[in-house]
Design a protein around this ligand. Structure first.
Ligand SMILES: [Zn+2]
Ligand SMILES: [Zn+2]
Length: 122
């Protein structure tokens, strides 16, 4: 059945995205899967990842060297992004208080520190 085949691809893409802590790009996910699944296209990976983002199952972390990098871990945490090597590391979410909330109800906060990692700075 066409429908079930589509959803199993979706699961495959999602589990590959969640299998790493490196915050991969869609292209990386595609590279991991294409050998075992030659019928999978990069477009399918992009479309599914767009859906994961829409559903809150994946978070876009940063654009590095023209590639959007993604996180399948949606638990609250912040990121360190090295603009030299593209490494993305998880860190604890800093305590943030909204001083002038203007009645705004927050349901998601993203914190990203851009800079140069230890390896690249020496
Ligand atoms: Zn670096
Ligand atoms: Zn992360």
């Amino acid at each position: 059945m066409k429908g079930s085949n589509f959803s199993s691809k979706r699961e495959l893409i999602y589990s590959t995205l969640c299998s790493t802590k490196t915050h991969p790009s869609a292209k990386w996910v595609y590279e991991q899967l294409k050998e075992d699944h030659p019928d999978l296209s990069l477009g399918t990976v992009y479309r599914n990842i767009a859906l994961f983002k829409e559903k809150g199952m994946a978070i876009p972390v940063a654009n590095i060297l023209g590639e959007e990098r993604l996180d399948g871990d949606t638990s609250p945490h912040a990121h360190l992004v090295c603009k030299t090597c593209g490494r993305i590391e998880d860190i604890e979410m800093p305590a943030l208080t909204l001083k002038n909330g203007k009645g705004f109800e927050t349901d998601f906060i993203t914190v990203t520190y851009f800079g140069i990692c230890k390896e690249c700075s020496h």
